[in-house]
Design a protein around this ligand. Sequence first.
Ligand code: FAD
Length: 353
Amino acid sequence: MTTTTSTTTSTTTSTTTSATAALVVLGTADRLRRADRELLVLAGTVGETHVVVPDVPGDALLDELAAHAVATVHTPEGGPGDRLTTPAVALAEAAARETGATVLLLPGTPEAKDVAARLGVRLEAGVITDVVALDAGLVATKSVLAGGWTTRCRATSPVLIATVRPNSVEIPADRRTGITTDGTTDGTAAAPDGAPAGARRPRVRTHALEDTVPAARVVGRTELPASGRPALGEARVVVAGGRGTGGDFGPLEQLADALGGAIGASRAAVDAGWVGPEAQVGQTGRTVSPQLYISCGISGAVQQRAGMQTAGTIVAVNKDEQAPVFEIADLGIVGDLKKVLPQAVEHLRALRE
Ligand SMILES: Cc1cc2nc3c(=O)[nH]c(=O)nc-3n(C[C@H](O)[C@H](O)[C@H](O)COP(=O)(O)OP(=O)(O)OC[C@H]3O[C@@H](n4cnc5c(N)ncnc54)[C@H](O)[C@@H]3O)c2cc1C
């Protein structure tokens, strides 16, 4: 059996171990996205916060982490490399053992869930996915069975690993920057970037990891064309369209842009080739938890609900008053989306003038 071993080199002299330490495993060494800040806020409620990043952190990131009172940043020697998942697992394992973290927090992305599962085995830790809240007793709240039930659960192991859905945690005003990595605003109030006066930058620990576990290698990367909209999984507003759009997403895009939102879709719309598969919301698509989900021309099948039922407010536009989506909608509009959406956009624009 192959194993992963790690040796640790350090730019500092001391090792931090805290009885109540939390470790946040970030997928970026660039600027923080809103979902990353939510993890850091949650970690701060647990105890001393440590962070894992996949590459050497820049000054801007260190300043942002200082604003969250992060004690240590753990980074791999030689950068992220071209191996999928296993380097992140090895680094997080080394950081968790060194800091004695009892809570590990990861984003709700498929990649992070892969890391969380492997870490669970390595650390003999309970893994809870899709968490939307974590209380002081480390009892996690999550929604299950296509969003039909909300459960509260606690890991019985000494270490808890949790993946957290975006838009689950309120970010205090003094820790918002309002900018996502793709350069778009995420809807939070703007505040000065960087660390507040007096905040200390975290220590940087560099780990030399010898990772011999077989793993897939990245052989090429293609950037998605920038849409200028926030990422679907992290957007605070999602405007989603289904078969009822007839393939014309224009009115939805105008509404999404008026609200600073992302575009989502039902599987019927994706299968018809009207939008890319990355936009699909539901059981076999993305799970989103925005503050506002506007469902347009979507019937509301259980497989669609599975991906959006935890949204803060659900608005449904459907011309069939019997459509199942109205059972879960906070606000339902019975009407033709081609007439309703342009009126909404016009109204929003008028409000801003
Ligand atoms: C294993 C499995 C996994 C699945 N995974 C997913 C998934 O991840 N996501 C997903 O979405 N589905 C998924 N599905 C499919 C799901 O069951 C539904 O078939 C699908 O969600 C239907 O899409 P829809 O609501 O766009 O289309 P329809 O069910 O055809 O509904 C279209 C709606 O548009 C309304 N409408 C029509 N014209 C207008 C108009 N002009 N203005 C306003 N309203 C109008 C109609 O009244 C109707 O309610 C899955 C199915 C299976 C079996």
